[in-house]
Design a protein around this ligand. Structure first.
Ligand SMILES: [Zn+2]
Length: 258
């Protein structure tokens, strides 16, 4: 087998589910093209079918990635399609960041495009307690808005803007799915995900975090293991529904030859 052949391995999947509570008003912005509500300068992203605010999986995944990059003190690069975004990408398929979050980069020697598929899927997060939010009286469905005043440093002119927020108390269902591929990297990957979720609780999700927006807390976390032999046999008794993640991880050891 040559050096750059990538052999696919699959041990199974580990699902991490739970609830994310919004502790301070959160703003995850929608693009201007999708804006329907007049008067709000900076609206939140909403499900076009239900009109409920939701959190795109890409927003949570990007945040977990950048927090993980920071703790590992990785080199960051600008991404050509969006020069405002700095992230770590490389061509090492065992890199702690790229194997978990995925990467796409040209190899410096061969100039070939190298893609490392992401082991982690982050689902879109949907609102759990919409009934509670329906009663808030803000003139906007399920959300609140807040004035922010920024001062132009040169002209000293005030630039007031209305920013829409998902209010404190909103709860979202979250679901992450991790593809178990390497026995030796299993524990490290799961620990990295747990660490990123903990770091996020001391950081912020969405915009204007330094102004106090977007404090979140994770609750009722649950781990479920789906070993390869479950998919092969369809036998549901092989699903590992133990809440202790270490028991699930040890259930995956030895799956490779099963
Ligand atoms: Zn990397």
């Amino acid at each position: 087998m040559s050096e750059d052949t990538m052999k696919l391995k699959f041990l199974g999947k580990i699902k991490i589910t739970g609830e994310m509570k919004v502790v301070t008003g959160m703003h995850i912005g929608a693009s201007k093209e999708t804006v329907k509500i007049g008067g709000i300068d900076s609206p939140v992203v909403r499900d076009p079918l239900t009109d409920l605010p939701y959190i795109p999986g890409s927003s949570l995944k990007g945040k977990l990635r950048s927090l993980s990059e920071k703790t590992l003190e990785k080199d960051l690069f600008t991404v050509s399609r969006n020069p405002d975004i700095n992230l770590h990408v490389c061509t090492d398929k065992h890199c702690e960041i790229c194997r978990l979050f995925g990467s796409s980069k040209k190899d410096e020697n061969t100039k070939d495009q190298k893609n490392i598929p992401s082991r982690l899927i982050v689902r879109d997060m949907h609102l759990l307690n919409e009934d509670e939010l329906l009663n808030i009286d803000t003139g906007l469905p399920y959300t609140e808005w807040k004035f922010e005043n920024s001062i132009d440093r040169i002209s000293s002119a005030a630039n007031p803007r209305q920013i829409e927020r998902v209010p404190a108390g909103a709860k979202f269902k979250f679901e992450l799915v991790y593809d178990a591929e390497e026995e030796s990297e299993l524990k490290e990957d799961i620990t990295r995900i747990q660490m990123a979720l903990k770091l996020l609780e001391q950081d912020a999700l969405g915009g204007h975090g330094s102004r106090g927006y977007g404090k979140v807390e994770f609750e009722n976390m649950k781990y479920t293991g789906y070993p390869k032999k479950y998919y092969v046999s369809g036998n549901e008794s092989l699903i590992l529904e133990n809440e202790l993640v270490d028991d699930i991880l040890s259930g995956f050891i030895g799956e490779k030859n099963a």
